[in-house]
Each structure stands twice: as C-alpha cells, then as structure tokens.
Design a protein around this ligand. Structure first.
Ligand code: SF4
Ligand code: SF4
Length: 401
C-alpha cells in the first residue's frame, strides 16, 4: 500500500466518523425511529421477490405513462439503453449503484457516447478516475489536496479549497445538463401504485428531469414497495444512515411523463419535460440468488451503514469493500477478498434491516472457518499496525495533510 492509498483510507475514515457523529446527534429528531425500523424490516421481508406486487406495479407504471422494459442481465440492459438513447451522443447521469454494477458508463463511453455524472461526488471520481468508496459518498476517500492536485490541469485558477472545487464541478455539470436530451438515473423505490421514488441531496435529479426530453430509470427487481408510504419510510431511514441527517434534501416522486387534461378532460402528454419516461427493470442474477439462499441480501436499502462500521474495510479499503458491498462484489465480480472478513458481525448489528452479511459471507467463502478467522485477524493486525506506524511517522515528520 503506497502513501496515496494510506491518505485515501485516512480521508475515508474521517468522513465515516463524521457521519456516525451526525447519526448520534440527530437520532432524537426521529422520535418513532424504532417503529419505523420494524416497519421497514417487515416490508422488505414480505415484498422483496413478490411477483404479484411486481406485476401490479408494472401494470400501474404503464398506466401512468412509463414504458417498462425487462433486462435479464447487464448486456440486455445495455442493449435496451442503447435503443432508448438512439443517436444521442451525450448523456447526463445521476447516482446509481445499479448502473455501476453493469459498468454502464464505461460501456457507453466505449461506444463513443459521452456520459457526464451529475452528482458532485460521482463527477469528481469520474474525473479523478477513482473507484467509489461508499454507496452514497463515493468520494469519501479523497482529500481536498489530492483533488486540487489532480484537477488543476482542467482549470488554472482552481484553488485548493472545497468551494472553488465545487464551483468548478458545478459549472462543468450544468453545461452538460443544458445540452443533453437524455438522462439516466437509478431509483430508490418503485411503488405498487406505479411511481418511482428517487432521493438526492444536490438537486441534480430535479435538473435532469426538468431539462431532458427522455428519462431512463434503471432499477433492480428488488426495489418494489407496496405503496408510497413504505417507500418514503425506507427513504427516510436510508438517508439517516447514509448521511446522519433525519430527512433527505430532495425526494422526487415520478408517476409517468408530464401531462394535462385541463381542456375538456382530453389527456395531453409531454407538456413539459420529460416527454418520455422509461423504466428498465434489471434482474442480473437477483431472482436466482433470491431463490437460492440469498434473498436477505436484497432486503438491503443501500444505506451503507454496514460499510462505515466495517473494521475490515477501514484498514483494507478497496481489497475488501465492507459489509454488504464486499459480499455483493465477491458474488458479482470477484473483486473483494472475503477471507478478510473478521466475522465480527458489526455490519449485521448496524444494519437497519438486520441482514446477516457475515452468515452469508461464511456460506460463500472457501475454506475452514477457524482458519478464515485466524487469517482475517492476522491480516487485519498487520495492516492496522502498518497504518498506525505510517500515521505516527507522518505526525513526527509534520507530513500529515
Ligand atoms: S462481519 Fe465482516 S463484513 Fe461484517 S463488519 Fe465484520 S468484518 Fe465487516
Ligand atoms: S446491508 Fe444493511 S447496512 Fe448495509 S447497505 Fe444494506 S441496508 Fe444498509
């Protein structure tokens, strides 16, 4: 591990500490928190993988004016997205873990389609060519100094402070949103009534919906909720765990395209933007995993609390992506070394829906569990000692930034 990787780990751990402090400070602002958690857990257990709910929701999505298309895997999703994009050469995109799962941005870039991420953190790591470190805080691992050093080539008068960097990124994002005709986003929930719920903190989704002619929403088949109330409950809990804030900054509820029936009750669609709204429902192994002992994995609401509380992620970084994301990346791309899991169960304890990640990791990883326990702890101790030694050396030599 070189010094830049150590600095990234330190920056990431600082951000995670801030989120945990904010959670502690704000939990009293949600007085019915425990009851909300129980509701969420029950809803996820009952409705994830429920084909009746999915069929009813799809019918309602179509009644509301969405085009709904199914993709069994990433390559089919890409094919459908390319069909929907048509001849467009610029796409504005917002945060979506699902599109990362199918490597959508890289696949579109390879086909000569420019993809501009519109979330500040995502645009930042796109320009820095970094991997995201947290599902909702993708740039948690990069410090202001590192960002400044790498972005100053794009803007000569950039300053090494967060405001100057954000202004630069915003200018770049806004220009692309104004030009693009198609936007792609993920979804936090799809409801039985046929609505799509999307959370965001920066207002970028609002801009995409308002300014692009077509919006393509890519969602997993695990995103269904029986109704809007339960989807909002999930969104509130996700926000709390992901950011420490009691409410999200913005919550878009999209129930089809813009429409009016103001004149003689005749329906006119496409009044404002978007004129077209497409939902692409992606399986990508979900149904198979749900039916083969991993249904619980899809109860996940993507809050990232398992990640920020995972001691293995805190020292190993990208080699072990932490909690649910380590398991998921091992199942999907073999990019996390599951032997590094310490079996400490902190992810389960900190999960709002109580998902047994360590139990599933034990099922998946190879080898004897006693050996894995000793191996993971030995690797953790060596790495933690190494990090502490470097940190101490930097403090002594005045090299901490
Ligand atoms: S059990 Fe494994 S994945 Fe969960 S917090 Fe501990 S080290 Fe991380
Ligand atoms: S496994 Fe639990 S803690 Fe981790 S992201 Fe999913 S819901 Fe959040």
């Amino acid at each position: 591990m070189n010094s830049s990787e150590v600095r990234k780990l330190m920056a990431m751990n600082r951000v995670f500490k801030t989120v945990k402090e904010r959670q502690l400070k704000n939990i009293s602002r949600i007085p019915d928190f425990e009851e909300r958690l129980k509701r969420l857990k029950k809803v996820r257990e009952e409705y994830v993988g429920d084909s009746e709910l999915m069929n009813a929701a799809v019918e309602n999505l179509m009644n509301n004016g969405f085009t709904v298309r199914f993709a069994e895997d990433g390559s089919k999703a890409l094919e459908l997205i390319l069909e929907e994009i048509g001849d467009e050469k610029l796409i504005v995109k917002s945060k979506s873990n699902l599109t990362k799962e199918i490597n959508l941005t890289q696949e579109l870039l390879r086909r000569g389609i420019e993809v501009v991420e519109t979330d500040i953190g995502d645009r930042l790591i796109q320009l820095l060519e970094e991997d995201p470190s947290h599902p909702t805080g993708p740039a948690s691992h990069v410090s202001v100094n590192q960002i400044f050093n790498e972005l100053k080539k794009f803007k000569s008068d950039l300053k090494p402070d967060p405001y100057s960097i954000i202004e630069f990124l915003l200018e770049d994002i806004k220009k692309s949103i104004e030009k693009a005709r198609v936007g792609i986003t993920g979804a936090n929930a799809i409801t039985g009534e046929g609505s799509v719920l999307i959370l965001h903190n920066e207002g970028n989704i609002f801009e995409i919906i308002r300014r692009t002619e077509k919006i393509i929403i890519v969602a997993g088949i695990d995103k269904f909720y029986p109704n809007l109330e339960e989807a909002v409950n999930s969104a509130k809990i996700q926000t709390f765990y992901a950011t420490g804030n009691p409410v999200p900054s913005f919550m878009e509820i999209i129930s089809g395209v813009s429409k009016t029936a103001d004149i003689e009750k005749k329906l006119y669609t496409g009044v404002h933007e978007p004129k077209e709204a497409v939902v692409i429902l992606l399986d990508n192994g979900r149904k198979y995993l749900m039916e083969n002992g991993f249904k619980e994995l899809f109860h996940c609401i993507g809050c990232g609390n398992c990640v920020i509380n995972c001691p293995a992620y805190g020292v190993h970084g990208k080699d072990f992506k932490g909690g649910r994301f380590a398991l998921y990346s091992a199942l999907y791309s073999n990019s996390s070394d599951l032997r590094l899991c310490l079996s400490c169960r902190r992810c389960k304890k900190n999960c709002p829906v109580d998902i047994d990640i360590p139990g599933m990791i034990s099922k998946v990883r190879e080898g004897n569990e006693v050996y894995n326990f000793l191996y993971s702890h030995a690797r953790w101790l060596v790495k933690a000692f190494y990090l502490q030694t470097i940190l101490l050396w930097w403090q002594i030599s005045g090299n901490v930034k």
